[in-house]
Design a protein around this ligand. Structure first.
Ligand code: NAP
Ligand code: MN
Length: 265
């Protein structure tokens, strides 16, 4: 019997979701789990909803590395949600055998102007909030690599590679590779501004630094997964792999590549 017993359910406060969560709570209790209402007492956190709900559950519970996260969707399974509300017993059985079926997803750490860091499971994006380009000096470790001018950039984790990153033609990265991918959003290329023009993937040993050139045209908005950060006049973003992993319960025979195939092919 595993040591994890205290389960917290996270979901939208709408009648449909509240009804589902009520059913789950009864079933979980019958299966020997303790349902907790205070998330600090939880060692299992179950999000009820889509990938959006899962990302929100992680953020609202501060990227806990001492908890097992479980994603349950109401209809179709997603990238973070392996289980569906149609058969909650599959999820409860998997929770009892967590040793065998747990994924560890890398996260990235974003430090803005030397403040306290933020974490992302999908990506950090920085983009112009006005109909004007802005300029970023891009550093890889201490190397001034390129000067970007355009709409913005996306720095994604391997699991985030199937989301925003994919929409700008970034590569899909196996989450077993601890890495981060840097992708451009509409770069302007001319004799003055030259960028690589393709996405690139950095190892977990590297730090990416984005320095926003303060020329009066800079109005960036920063996205951390599905949340926007309203920080005005951000000058420097330092981004690296955090070393913190999110442990996620997986269904048997449902690898990352099964999901990619199911969703896109
Ligand atoms: P949204 O705009 O309502 O939905 C974005 C879609 O992406 C939803 O279908 C969502 O699934 C799906 N999604 C989330 N994480 C994913 C992942 N790792 N792999 C594949 N698909 C994923 O925004 P949201 O639901 O709040 O999700 C936030 C994410 O949206 C951001 O982290 C970013 O990756 C993505 N996004 C994409 C674009 C773009 O492609 N142009 C622009 C902005 C943001 P569910 O329906 O299950 O929630
Ligand atoms: Mn959504």
């Amino acid at each position: 019997m595993p040591h994890r017993k205290n389960i917290f359910f996270y979901g939208k406060h709408t009648p449909v979701y509240e009804e589902k969560i009520k059913e789950f709570k009864v079933l979980a209790t019958q299966q020997g789990f303790t349902v907790v209402e205070d998330v600090s007492e939880a060692n299992i956190i179950a999000s009820v909803g889509g990938d959006n709900a899962f990302l929100q559950a992680i953020r609202k519970t501060n990227f806990r590395d001492d908890c097992l996260y479980v994603g349950v969707s109401i209809d179709d399974v997603g990238f973070y949600t392996d289980f569906t509300a149609q058969d909650p017993m599959i999820m409860l059985e998997a929770m009892k055998n967590e040793e065998v079926e747990v994924r560890r997803y890398p996260t990235i750490e974003v430090t803005i102007d030397e403040d306290k860091p933020f974490y992302c499971l999908n990506e950090c994006s920085i983009r112009s909030n006005v109909i004007k380009t802005f300029v970023i000096d891009v550093y890889i470790d201490d190397l001034q690599f390129e000067t970007f001018r355009g709409d913005g950039m996306i720095i994604s984790t391997p699991t985030g590679s199937t989301a925003y990153n994919k929409s700008v033609q970034g590569a899909i990265v196996d989450p077993l590779l601890p890495s981060m991918q840097v992708s451009e959003i509409a770069s302007l290329n001319n004799n003055q501004y030259r960028t690589l023009g393709t996405s690139f993937i950095l190892s977990g040993e590297r730090t990416l630094s984005l320095q926003v050139v303060q020329d009066g045209n800079d109005h960036p908005i920063i996205g951390l997964d599905n949340e926007a950060l309203s920080i005005r006049h951000s000058k420097e973003l330092k981004i690296k792999l955090s070393g913190k992993h999110i442990k996620v319960l997986k269904l048997k025979n449902n690898s990352f590549w099964h999901k990619v195939q199911r969703k896109f092919l």
